[in-house]
Write a protein that binds this ligand. Structure first.
Ligand code: WTA
Length: 658
């Protein structure tokens, strides 16, 4: 595995920030935590789980029949009660749960824990009226508005697993997810605000379920007031149904292993995987990591995860972790440049945000926009910064620490995945040193290592595959409806270890550096997109014969999608119709999957480089896309093909994302 030159330089340079003494003394986590969790990790997790309210205690902390884990076996609890009711019962009903900020300026709502409880109970009653029972799946396709959180918690309260589908996904993607987990009720909105305009959501739902007779109800929040199509027998406005419900709802405790949600994520095949998370273990890990990694003080902190609820980061660190800890969060609907490129810094200043958690892509975008924008605002309320979703390059890390964190805030680079449910590898502020670009060490009670091809741990200084060596509370319990795929994907590569799909390196001190995916999954702006999924979207277009997709490194988005396409017959013809076809194909992918999967660049080529056995050589195409010298091409059936594509690449500019 090749290590970035810049990264190796840093490894030897040992640029390192020790824990700040001011921070350490008051931090939630103290140094003995690693030792304590190391001696008895199950006792550590049991202590953490005890911080939640259980209606019935568990009999065993862990039952491990590889690769199937049960945590807090026999325990019963209700996630919504833990996230909301118990804070009200403890006298904190007046505390703000969310400072919600809509994209249009001045469009804001503060929601206290007491108000949230009221809303969640009404929504749970409303879903009950729609015939939702424990165990039924509910699809949620929403913008970033408070009702999205309310809908999730209402589902959790009833024990009806939700599947939140990111609002940027197409109707086709939504449809496939609804079918896969057989959801009968969909919660959506007329639309939401993004980049200064009202975008629509309801039409995508209408299209997705047009042929799905089993979907019997669509609950619609009025967010923008735009006109929507309406099917009287199926659609109902949120305000008509929810507002008239009782604000009381007796919550039933659920088994610790009861399904909480299914979150779809891209794998190496064309079909996304429905990652299943359950109740007790997931909530324990979301709450524990949130409290300790972000050093949360619920009485004083204002926490902001700037991500979309449609991704796992939003689930664990906008909803479940922060609410379980009784934290005040900021929730922002729109894009970073809506109302000015300093919109985030206006928000931090006005809401006195103390902890900010976001993705490297956004940090790199801010770098491009310049340091004057944050410098014009008072960001002194910030005390801790987090990064997630993709490898953070040392420059971006340093820029973040200096220009956003005023040189005083520790930066925690947190590695985890949809599958892990919560943070797995991270520094702990106040205890661990930090290094720009390194996620440092496994969280207490978590087992992670870097192994070679044979599954043997590599020595310090070596690189290999990231594995998780012990079951953990928030781990996925399976892939919805596909046990075999679960075994195959995660547990077949190395014996008894979870294969994460990431490359990693241990530095001289044994600290971990994540190097990105080693499979056919791309990471574009922190979003996981499968090369195969984009390829199959492309070949579903009538003009396309064959397609190969690679993730090429991109200075802002981490990776950009580059597609090489051969067309049937002579469809592309002259350059003009070629241009038209390329534009059409980009839109086609957006329709099939969503705008996030629209290729940055499409090259129409007469052929694709293949081995003699007919396998497309993606490695070579990546070299082409990244403008590298082509290495060994002797295994190719026809080496001239790749040279020709390389020439072509040099002459076609890439398309800037709109
Ligand atoms: C990548 C997002 C490097 C990684 C929470 C992983 C990271 C995938 C980091 C999961 C990090 C996430 N450093 N790479 N700090 N965090 N990744 O499921 O490749 O959307 O496998 O979960 O993102 O993406 P997912």
């Amino acid at each position: 595995m090749s290590v970035d030159a810049e990264l190796s330089a840093l490894l030897t340079e040992t640029r390192r920030f020790p824990p700040s003494p001011d921070f350490s003394a008051k931090a939630n986590a103290q140094p003995e935590i690693y030792q304590r969790a190391g001696v008895d990790r199950l006792a550590f997790w049991a202590d953490e789980a005890s911080r939640l309210d259980w209606a019935q205690p568990w009999e065993a902390v862990l039952e491990w029949k590889p690769p199937f884990a049960k945590w807090f076996v026999g325990g019963m609890l209700n996630v919504a009660v833990n996230c909301v009711d118990r804070h009200v019962a403890a006298g904190n009903g007046d505390r703000i749960a969310y400072h919600w900020i809509g994209e249009p300026e001045g469009d804001e709502r503060d929601i206290s824990y007491a108000a949230l409880k009221d809303l969640v109970c009404r929504a749970a009653n409303a879903l009950t009226e729609l015939g939702v029972h424990k165990g039924d799946r509910v699809a949620i396709y929403m913008p970033m508005i408070p009702e999205t959180v309310v809908a999730m918690l209402a589902c959790a309260r009833l024990g009806a697993p939700h599947t939140v589908v990111f609002g940027g996904f197409s109707s086709e993607a939504l449809k496939n997810r609804i079918i896969d987990c057989d959801a009968r009720v969909v919660i959506t909105a007329d639309g939401g605000y993004r980049r200064g305009t009202a975008m629509a959501l309801k039409p995508a739902v209408d299209e997705a379920i047009a042929e799905l007779a089993d979907v019997r109800s669509v609950l619609v929040v009025r967010r923008t007031g735009q006109d929507v199509g309406w099917t009287d027998t199926r659609d109902i406005w949120w305000h008509d149904l929810v507002d008239r419900q009782s604000p009381e709802h007796p919550a039933e405790p659920h088994d610790s292993e009861h399904p909480l949600y299914v979150m779809y994520t891209s794998g190496t095949t064309a079909k996304p995987k429905g990652i299943l998370h359950t109740t007790g273990g997931y909530l324990t890990q979301a709450a524990t990591t949130h409290r300790l990694v972000f050093d949360i003080k619920p009485e004083s902190d204002v926490f902001w995860t700037a991500a979309d609820i449609g991704w796992v980061t939003g689930h664990s660190y906008i909803v479940y972790g922060p609410l379980a800890n009784g934290t005040t969060s900021v929730m922002y609907e729109g894009t970073p440049d809506a109302g000015g490129r300093d919109r985030w810094w206006q928000i931090v200043e006005r809401q006195k945000v103390s902890v900010l958690y976001t993705a490297p892509t956004t940090i790199r975008t801010f770098m491009k926009w310049g340091e004057d924008l944050p410098a014009a605002h008072d960001l002194s309320s910030l005390r801790l910064l987090g990064s997630v979703g993709e490898p953070i390059n040392p420059e971006a890390w340093m820029w973040y620490r200096k220009n956003i964190g005023g040189g005083r805030c520790p930066v925690v680079d947190t590695w985890w995945q949809t599958e892990t449910g919560g943070i797995m590898i991270t520094p702990l502020p106040g205890i661990t040193a930090t290094k720009p670009g390194s996620a440092m060490t496994p969280f207490p009670g978590i087992g992670a290592d870097v192994v070679d091809n044979a599954g043997e741990p590599v020595a310090n200084g070596g690189g290999g595959y990231l594995v998780l060596t012990e079951p953990w509370p928030g781990m996925l319990r399976g892939i919805w409806g596909d046990e075999e795929r679960y075994r195959q994907t995660y547990w077949s590569r190395f014996d008894g270890m979870y294969f994460a799909g990431d490359g990693a390196k241990k530095d001289e001190n044994g600290d971990l550096w994540l190097l990105g995916r080693i499979d056919d999954v791309m990471n574009v702006s922190g979003h996981r997109i499968s090369t195969t999924e984009v390829e199959s979207a492309l070949v579903s277009h009538p003009a396309v014969a064959e397609a190969a997709v690679v993730g090429a490194s991109d200075a802002t988005t981490g990776q950009g999608i580059v597609a090489f396409v051969t067309v049937k017959g002579n469809v592309a013809g002259d350059p003009e119709s070629g241009e038209r076809l390329i534009a059409e194909l980009r839109e086609h992918v957006a329709t099939e999957i969503g705008k996030i999967a629209r290729p940055r660049q499409i090259l129409l080529t007469p052929d694709l480089p293949k081995t003699r056995s007919g396998k497309i050589m993606r490695r070579l195409l990546r070299d082409v896309a990244e403008h590298r010298d082509l290495g060994d091409v002797t295994t190719l059936a026809d080496p001239t093909v790749v040279n020709m594509i390389d020439e072509q690449m040099k002459h076609q500019p890439s398309t800037e994302e709109s």
